[in-house]
Design a protein around this ligand. Structure first.
Ligand SMILES: N[C@@H](CCC(=O)N[C@@H](CS)C(=O)NCC(=O)O)C(=O)O
Length: 242
């Protein structure tokens, strides 16, 4: 059984879960506790970030590397087109989503969480002991803004402009590249989760997100697309996740 070591609310981990669902692969989720839990991730994979996928004695880190392993493990349905130009387009969009878009959505979420204690609480791991939860909920959020850059005006405008262009492209056939689901769709859909959490994030987070972006009129069709994509993938094999 494949094992996915993850932070439940990480967009990179969602990208891998969506890929596993798209390929109808069964897997077990192992929730990693930020900080201490990353020691075992390091021991296992030689680096401390999640997602990490374990398949028997093989260990893979990095969502893009994991998705490529899954593509060889289960080639159908192919998430990387065989047409060279389309494949290049998918890889470019995936890379943009995992870097530029991810940096912007992370900064936007950090900013929102710094301002909103309820959101901070909802983002904590479900299995965090109650006393620690209580302590965390009482801590002012200002320290979060030291964790990374806050979203600048220019970065926000550039993200909105790219996402609007993607939304307009999607209106035509429902996929970002060609007329089939690819890793480009999954990488973008996953990063959108930090702006507006999907239903798979659980009741505390579903529909919530970054004020001003989660409810932005130009992004609504994109969130709707993401929700439909997720519903379609989860329907494929509801029993896939143990
Ligand atoms: N390029 C990596 C990025 C993974 C990543 O940024 N993981 C974050 C969670 S979203 C993490 O593990 N952060 C903890 C840390 O850096 O210590 C991928 O695509 O998997």
């Amino acid at each position: 059984m494949l094992e996915l070591h993850q932070f439940r609310h990480s967009a990179f981990c969602l990208k891998v879960r969506m890929t596993l669902h798209a390929k109808d692969l069964s897997f077990r989720e192992v929730e990693v506790t930020p900080g201490l839990g990353q020691l075992s991730v390091f021991r296992m994979s030689g680096q401390r970030q999640v997602p990490v996928l374990v398949d028997g004695d093989q260990v893979f880190a990095d969502s893009s590397a994991i998705c490529r392993y899954l593509e060889t493990l289960r080639p159908e349905p192919a998430l990387l087109p065989s047409d060279p130009l389309q494949r290049a387009q998918v890889e470019l969009i995936e890379d943009w989503a995992d870097t530029t878009l991810a940096a912007s959505t992370r900064a936007a979420l950090l900013q929102a969480a710094a301002d909103d204690g309820q959101l901070r609480l909802a983002l904590l791991p479900d299995d965090l002991p109650a006393p620690l939860r209580q302590v965390m909920s009482g801590v002012p959020g200002g320290w979060l803004s030291t964790l990374g850059d806050l979203l600048g005006q220019e970065q926000r405008a550039s993200m909105l402009s790219s996402l609007t262009a993607l939304a307009e492209g999607l209106d035509q056939n429902g996929y970002l590249v060609g007329n089939k689901l690819t890793l480009a769709d999954l990488a973008v859909a996953a990063q959108l989760s930090l702006l507006r959490f999907p239903s798979s994030s659980g009741d505390a987070l579903a529909g919530r997100g970054v004020p001003g972006l989660s409810d932005h009129p130009r992004l609504q069709s994109l969130f709707h697309w993401r929700d439909q994509l997720e519903a379609q993938l989860n329907q494929r094999d509801p029993a896939a996740t143990e």
